[in-house]
Write a protein that binds this ligand. Structure first.
Ligand code: ZN
Length: 99
């Protein structure tokens, strides 16, 4: 099991993006994750977003995943970042309200 860093915090930039994205999405547009074509979405992300050299959160690792910021899996490039595995885990925990 990976250990979760309790001191991990959203960067100011990510927090801002998350709140902007949440504000910008009308409630009726929220969809449960199950109804979203997750892998289709990942293809879209790969086609649409260019992968940076380093994690956009910790700027250390170069093993990157596309992570969703709002938890709504929007087809909106602002709702996605490329982060390393450990930052991605933190994102998921944050989105699920576990931190
Ligand atoms: Zn990272």
């Amino acid at each position: 099991m990976p250990t979760i860093n309790k001191n991990w915090k959203w960067s100011e930039e990510s927090k801002k993006r998350q709140s902007e994205i949440r504000k910008g999405v009308p409630r009726g547009h929220y969809k449960p994750k199950e109804n979203v074509g997750y892998w289709g979405l990942h293809d879209w992300i790969k086609r649409t977003l260019s992968k940076p050299d380093k994690c956009q959160e910790c700027h250390k690792s170069n093993k990157l995943d596309a992570a969703n910021i709002s938890g709504q899996y929007l087809r909106d490039i602002n709702d996605w970042v490329f982060v390393c595995r450990s930052c991605h885990k933190q994102y998921d925990m944050m989105i699920n309200g576990k931190i």
